[in-house]
Write a protein that binds this ligand. Sequence first.
Ligand code: ADP
Length: 620
Amino acid sequence: MRSFARIKVRGIPLWGWAAAAVLYVVAAASAAAFAWQRSIESIAEVGSHRLDLYAAALRSELGRYETVPGIVARQDSVRALLHAEPGAARAALLPEVNRYLEAVNGDTGGLAVDVIDRQGEVIAASNWNQALSFIGTNVSYRPYFLDALARGSGRFFGIGTNTGVPGLYFASAVLDAGKPAGAVAVKVSVDAFESAWRSPGEAAMVVDGNGVIVISTVPAWKFAALTPITPERQRQIEASKQYAGRAVALLPHQKLDRWSASARFARYPDWTRPGHDKRFLELSRPAPQAGDSLMVLLDVEPAMRQLRTAFAFVTALFMIAGLYALYATQRRRAIAEKLKGQDALREANDHLEATVAERTAELTAANAAMQREIAERARTEQELVHAGKLAVLGQMAAGLTHELNQPLGAIRTLSDNARSFLERNQQPLAIANLERISKLVDGMAVLTGELKTFARKSDVQPVAVSLDDAVAHALLIYEARLRDKDVQLDVRIPAGTTVWAEPSQLQQVLVNLLGNALDAVADEPQRSIAIEAHDADQPGRVLFSIADSGTGIAPEVLPHLFEPFVTTKPRGRGLGLGLAITSRLVLGFGARIFASNRPDGGAQFTIEFMSMTETGVVDG
Ligand code: ADP
């Protein structure tokens, strides 16, 4: 049930459609019924009004002629005529009576006025001088004559037996000594009514006591019966020749539902369209003449039109309302969709922004971490350089002590001897000693100069440095150890070879490499170190190498050789910083360093110094 209630068609729930449908049916039906009711009411009112008018017309017309036969019957000439015996006496009176009747008929505007004798023979008539004169006609079978003789007056609707013209007959008895001697009859035309009552979409009729239409605005319906004629009645009709011997046929029609006491719906032939029938509102009421009735048939098509209009109006209203509802729903949905889309977009945007912010934060953090690491590394490297320097200084200090102690001892001996030579007046010998002292002091000055070079703050500014000088200085530092260990030294550096480097740092590099080579050969039976330089393939480049006959670089060390704290030396002897610092310094010159083990044993370190134009890297 819940799911059913949720079903929507074009955005409107099913129950909404159902409610709208019910509402539509109710509204359309009510509107149509109301329109029909009102319309029929007004048609009935019109019909009723018509009936009033027709009844009044009939009454006045009948009233006008009603008295005429009575007046004529009292006329002396008329009474005399009927009193006279047929024959000469009557013939003498006849012209006067005929002329009188002619005058009366002319005054009243009727069809004819006759005088009828007791036997029912017309003996005088207003149309005495016309071809179709009634004189001589026997009307004894006519009900108006019989009624006049029996009750003093008679009325009758019939068709003239001579003329075939329909009309209303009024009759009055002519009394002779209180007894009826004959009758006077007046015949009146009904044509006037028929033409006066004719109105489009409407039929008006007078139906007589037999149920036969005697006055009708529809000519074809005249003398048709509205009720079935019984055989007995048929005989009477034939006897009275009321309808001049015409066969009275039933008018095919069908009574439908009743609308009110005086109105009902009925289906009658449509006189405007032969072969079709139509629904009418039938109104009837008793006509002034006893036994007759007046009837109007009114077209209900206008009411049908009203009904259809009301129906169409309600339908149109509902369609407009429905279309508007659909439009409004669609619009609401479109707006909702749009808002949803905007929300989704905003959400996606927010998400994107959040992601971007997140990533940015991550990147920023990573960047900061990297910066820190770089700073850390730089600091570490600086520290390493410094530590390396200290280590070298330590080695240098040891070397220097050794180096200085020896000349100092020599100077002491030489100066002691010089004093002895002076005391013995051996001046030339004393001078020779002093000269040797001076030379030794020069050598010491060189050593201390080296110290100064190392101590100076390194400010990397590569310059052209004499490579052979640099190598000579480094060798001087290790002179004692080289000599102690009896190392075979082979130095081949062409005179005037210059390389691009920072002099003190180059010094440090050479000391490191030479120190390592010394360490490597120290405990070997064969101890040799070869130092060599030559121009490389490209102009301005110099290849420099130090090779030793030592143990060679351990295979596990080789891949990590230039990394800090990589060492194979016992604790206290090696920090594993030398090559790390060396490689860094070499890079600082814009140069490169390689290490390898030689095929015939021992290690070889090669530095490729770049030309001046190639070096661009300047770093502390
Ligand atoms: P340390 O000398 O303090 O150990 P280095 O960075 O100078 O630090 O050297 C690292 C290591 O490289 C040494 O411990 C040694 O194993 C190896 N090494 C360096 N030079 C040589 C060489 N000439 N022959 C053999 N091994 C060497």
